[in-house]
Write a new protein. Sequence first.
Length: 170
Amino acid sequence: MNKKQGVIIVVLLALIVCFGILATKLNADLDYVAGNDMPNGKSAISINDSSKKNSSSNFFQEQQIIRDNKEAQALQTLKSLMDDEHTSKEDKAEISKKYSKLALAGPKQSQIETVLKGKDYEDALCYIQEKKVTIIVKSPKELTEEQKKQIQEVVMDVTQIRDVEIERKE
């Protein structure tokens, strides 16, 4: 197996994981729309009127879906450019590098979010750009310097990127 085939396999695995996560989240949203929360004694109408906590959780879920959709569209666009016969070899090589970076960013984002949730953050959202990582965590109060340092360490362990922007959402 050559390097190109290895990259293709990794990209396909990343896409499978992303689509699996997306399908899980979409199916959960469909249960909500269908009113399948009835065993809990809540109707779809009462859920819509529930507290700020629910809307904040929805924010994180919606942003993850939006991020995943944008990444999937970008990957598809890059793939079509790589497959275009009018694209030069030099451009294809550059596009291939961008494609690989973007395809590998998805699992890293998920890994960072999972680790942060394991460190007692209720929810987290991660965006990896080329040389910067933006983290949004759900926290009822301002983050301490120790918490910020902990988040930066998690990002550094996964991505090796030092420039970390941390935001808090209630």
